[in-house]
Ligand binder design. Structure first.
Ligand SMILES: [Zn+2]
Length: 149
């Protein structure tokens, strides 16, 4: 059996938008933590719950603690998972069936700023994003289509 690598997953609640909770940003780093983590993308609560529950790696009380930590805006929590390596961890968190992390691009109708984010959300799920100018954009998650070359 290969030595498992312990990977630190840092979750941070993005500011709420119009009273609705913001997405949860995910940053990944090796547990020996030489500084900066790697930003993976932003997840909806549904997408986060599905991943945390998948392998039964996290007992119910830990999941409840994670949820509590992420209730307030900018709430943060770090969770550790054992993986054969960083690649398999990233593959799992990126490609989770039903809420794959995908690039989402939208243009603000007020100030024309172009936003590019990587978001993991379930098909049909709707979430809100705020532009720096204050305008709020609602984004509906489309069904999975093959990426264009
Ligand atoms: Zn704007």
């Amino acid at each position: 059996m290969k030595t498992q690598q312990i990977i630190a997953l840092r979750f941070c609640r993005l500011p709420s938008v119009n009273g609705a909770p913001g997405l949860v940003s995910l940053t990944v780093s090796g547990a020996n933590g030489n500084g900066s983590g790697r930003k993976i993308g932003d997840l909806t609560d549904v997408a986060l719950r599905g991943r945390l529950a998948h392998y039964d790696l996290h007992p119910a009380n830990e999941v409840a603690g994670i949820r509590r930590a992420l209730q307030p805006d900018n709430g943060e929590v770090t969770v550790h998972e054992g993986w054969p390596g960083m690649d398999s961890c990233l593959k799992f968190w990126n490609d989770f069936t039903g809420s794959r992390i995908r690039p989402v691009e939208w243009t603000c109708e007020a100030c024309a700023a172009v936003h590019r984010d990587n978001v993991g959300a379930s098909v049909g799920e709707i979430y809100a994003r705020a532009c720096r100018c204050g305008r709020i954009q609602r984004i509906t998650t489309a069904s999975e289509i093959p990426a264009r070359p």
